[in-house]
Design a protein around this ligand. Structure first.
Ligand SMILES: C[S@@+](CC[C@H](N)C(=O)[O-])C[C@H]1O[C@@H](n2cnc3c(N)ncnc32)[C@H](O)[C@@H]1O
Length: 373
């Protein structure tokens, strides 16, 4: 079998050694690529940082998705935007930008806040350390976050703090509804299942939903701890505005956004709004590409469900719904009817959508329905 280097040579590429790292250069493009993402030379990281800086110094509404803290795309009466201290959100976002370029050794003294755009950046990150070894990098970035928490007085997340916060969640009387596997050995929530949380995303929703949300703006209704919105962002959605009625659940969604952003070194644009989704009915909203409601519409009346779907049809070309055929199984309740796949499909078809694809593995209660206008 051809070795990797032989295969690279056959493709017309050449392997170089420089500064202890191997690089692959292309005769066609002349570009030099480090063979491993970890093996980033200073010049490479400088270019990444320079690009990040250029983008990050723009006003927030011109920034791309992974720059800075999540931003609200709209505000309307009855929906409460993120109460988190903006300096905390901006600081965590700035740390992620530096760490994504493998720069560690960040100090509070170098932190600059831009009050007008509610962003932050590190003034002297050019002089920060570059860490290539994954273990050394992980240790250094955790130390950075701990030091910044101590020196700024902000509740900046780091591994121990995340574990502490999730432990506190476990002790509360409210139930963490859907289990989340954040990666990096961090999990939250109770019984693991393919019916809720990241288990459901991996089992059913992920591969079906991803092609519809990549690069798109999503309005997510009844988000609970934000897992649906966050998994859509992980699948490449550019921005998710997520509405959740319960204050405590909305707070867990904001925490989940921060933990995923820490885990992936990417500032996921989940804009959590606490309040009643029915507030969108009379409101003027920006355009969305997709509206999603995973197992959340059937808490409304039949009439309200219809109105929300009509509103969705006026906002976006695609509506993604999740039903639940086992809701109140055995009992002939109205909720059971409204949650059913049959009812959900007819709901979309009767209220502004022309086609509905139903995805339901045999025996699985929560069908995924993708409706198109
Ligand atoms: C069964 S959970 C599903 C949560 C999430 N979509 C998921 O699939 O993991 C339903 C969620 O919808 C929320 N909800 C119910 N009625 C709502 C309303 N009128 N406005 C906003 N959220 C609502 C509930 O608080 C709850 O978090």
């Amino acid at each position: 079998m051809a070795t990797r280097i032989e295969r690279i040579r056959r493709l017309g590429l050449a392997v170089h050694r420089r500064g202890g790292f191997q690089y692959v250069s292309s005769r066609l493009s002349g570009v030099i690529l480090p063979r491993h993402a970890d093996a980033m030379p200073a010049s490479w990281a400088d270019r990444v940082i320079a690009k990040e800086r250029r983008v990050n110094s723009r006003p927030w509404h011109e920034q791309t998705s992974d720059q800075g803290p999540p931003r609200s795309r709209f505000s309307i009466a009855g929906l409460n935007d993120d109460p988190t201290d903006w300096k905390l959100a901006a600081t965590e976002a700035a740390i992620n930008i530096e760490h994504a370029a493998r720069r560690t050794g960040l100090h509070a003294a170098d932190l600059l806040f831009d009050e007008a755009h509610r962003t932050a950046s590190f003034a002297r990150a050019d002089r920060a350390d570059l860490r290539h070894d994954t273990r050394a990098f992980e240790t250094a970035r955790n130390e950075d976050r701990k030091r910044l928490a101590r020196d700024t007085g902000l509740d900046v997340l780091h591994r121990q703090r995340i574990l502490e916060l999730l432990q506190e969640e476990r002790q509360k009387t409210e139930v963490w509804y859907a289990p989340i596997d954040f990666g990096r050995g961090i999990v939250a929530g109770g019984d693991w299942s393919t019916e809720t949380g990241t288990g459901r995303w991996d089992y059913l929703n992920g591969p079906l939903v991803a092609p519809y949300v990549r690069g798109k703006r999503v309005l997510e209704l009844g988000t609970n701890n934000g897992v649906g919105g966050l998994m859509m962002l992980k699948a490449g959605a550019s921005h998710v505005s997520a509405i959740e009625y319960e204050v405590w659940f909305a707070d867990t969604a904001r925490l989940a956004q921060r933990i995923f952003s820490w885990a992936d070194l990417h500032n996921y644009q989940l804009d959590v709004k606490q309040g009643d989704m029915r507030a969108i009915l009379p409101a003027e909203l920006p355009e969305f590409d997709v509206v999603s409601a995973y197992c959340s519409l059937y808490y409304l009346s039949e009439d309200e469900m219809a109105q929300i779907v009509q509103k969705a049809a006026s906002l976006a070309g695609t509506l993604i719904l999740q039903s639940n055929d086992f809701k109140h199984n055995g009992r002939d309740t109205l909720r059971r009817k409204q949650a059913s796949t049959e009812y959900t499909r007819a709901l979309a078809l009767n209220n502004g959508f022309r086609t509905v694809d139903v995805h339901q593995p045999q025996g699985y209660p929560r069908a995924l329905l993708i409706a198109k206008r």
